[in-house]
Design a protein. Structure first.
Length: 94
């Protein structure tokens, strides 16, 4: 089965840039589960290249909820539960 992962960021360098959107989708025969969350990364650098791809400007990202790393991890806990209970092998794609 497939676990799709996707992120949209403000650039490529984790020390300078942040995540503005994160999503996941699990496809199993018996269930399809998705998670999608927009993040306000706070004070990070926004690159023109990232904006060209994701169309998320600093002004737009500032309207998103400020999210801690722990909160994002907790959003993804249902995926962990599904993947550990399933007897299927997963392919991770992104």
């Amino acid at each position: 089965m497939i676990l799709w992962l996707d992120t949209e960021t403000t650039g490529y360098t984790p020390a300078k840039h942040g995540i503005v959107e994160i999503a996941a989708l699990i496809e199993l025969p018996e269930v399809q589960t998705q998670i999608h969350h927009r993040c306000n990364p706070g004070e990070v650098i926004y690159t023109d290249g990232a904006f060209a791809v994701n169309k998320v400007s600093k002004a737009i990202a500032e309207t998103y909820e400020k999210t801690t790393r722990q909160a994002v991890i907790e959003l993804f806990m249902p995926l962990r539960d599904i993947t550990t209970k399933s007897k299927e092998r997963f392919v991770i794609a992104g």
